[in-house]
Write a protein of this length. Sequence first.
Length: 444
Amino acid sequence: MTDTSPHPPPKTPWLQTLRVYLEPASLRMLALGFSAGLPLLLVLGTLSFRLREAGIDRSTIGYLSWVGLAYAFKWAWAPLVDRMPIPLLTRALGRRRSWLLLSQCAIVAGLVGMAVADPLLALGPIVGCALAVAFGSATQDIALDAFRIESADASRQAALAASYQTGYRLAMIWAGAGVLWIAARAEVAGQVAAYQNGAWQTAYLAMAASMAVGIVTVLFSREPAPVALPPARNAAEWVQGAVVAPFADFLRRYGWHAALILALIAVYRISDVVMGIMANPFYVDMGYTKDEVAAVTKIYGVVMTLAGAFVGGVLAMRLGVMRVLMLGAILSAASNLLFAWLAGHGHDVTALIAVVSADNLAGGIASAAFIAYLSSLTNVSYSATQYALFSSMMLLAPKFIAGFSGDYVNAFGYAQFFVSTALLGVPVLGLVWLASRIKTAPSA
């Protein structure tokens, strides 16, 4: 397969290559990646565990996963984040940091609301607060992606992506294992009810407090050098510059190849996303305890994702993004078959460790390469809007399909569901091969 990355991988010594992870920009992305990764599980994976433990039906849990579609439509307000200043905040912090801080405060407020809501009394309040967290998190992603792309040149983007993924996965350990561990410790001993909302309230309040990592990092980070934007004399010119121009620029640079690129982006992570919605209900129904799920899926698994992100970032720099993108696509689809085997194997913690570790290693490799690929497609003049378009496309179809995952499991069982999610990844391989034949257009 011919690699057509815009910049050939530099032939530098391995030690010098690895030092990039200690640069200030990489360390900032590590902390901000934590801030980005914390909300996701709390409105999707961990929430599905909480709801299933409360006795909520799998079909309802599947439909509630559509809260995550906020991430798929973030392109709609990305032009505002890219161009619109926030009164007082933008003057004090700059364009990127002001939006980061505002979105982080919205996440904290939403998490506090999710903490005090009780799904046994009504689902409406917890869903509404989850939507607030999802919109705040999606807005943070828009600003953070632009912040990352503008913080270093193209040769450093794979390393920044890996650092971001590392922080992101560390947050997922805390928002996955941490929240389950806190909830388990906060349960009242001897209480007959399997679901104790007070324990989850304590856990979610701890998660809200953990957003301080991102807030402090934003306050002490340096704003990237601003990209000069042409002044708008009226509303029509503003819409042209903020909304139309970013999309027109992408189409101009890639022509008819843009459809192929967008198709690849739309389905690259489909196997993982569709499978992930039913993972936590699967663990509950298989009889795994909070502590077992926390230790295995949120610690062993996430550590393997960190290893995968690290390996993916280094391999992308050494071998080229497209080769690692293909490798990640193959491994991600194949690893879902292991869950199908586990469904028939039964409750076995050792087997769970092996399956989750393999799945997360594959996911880490795929994510690091995919983020670097998306970054290579953007024009720095429209970094927030264009990256939001790409990352939104990545989630739209998978999140929509995932909403029906509970119905599918109810009708056919977990084993067939996991096999089907693996098969969803087969067309991705052809799209990666076709995209590798396209010469990446210059970003500016």
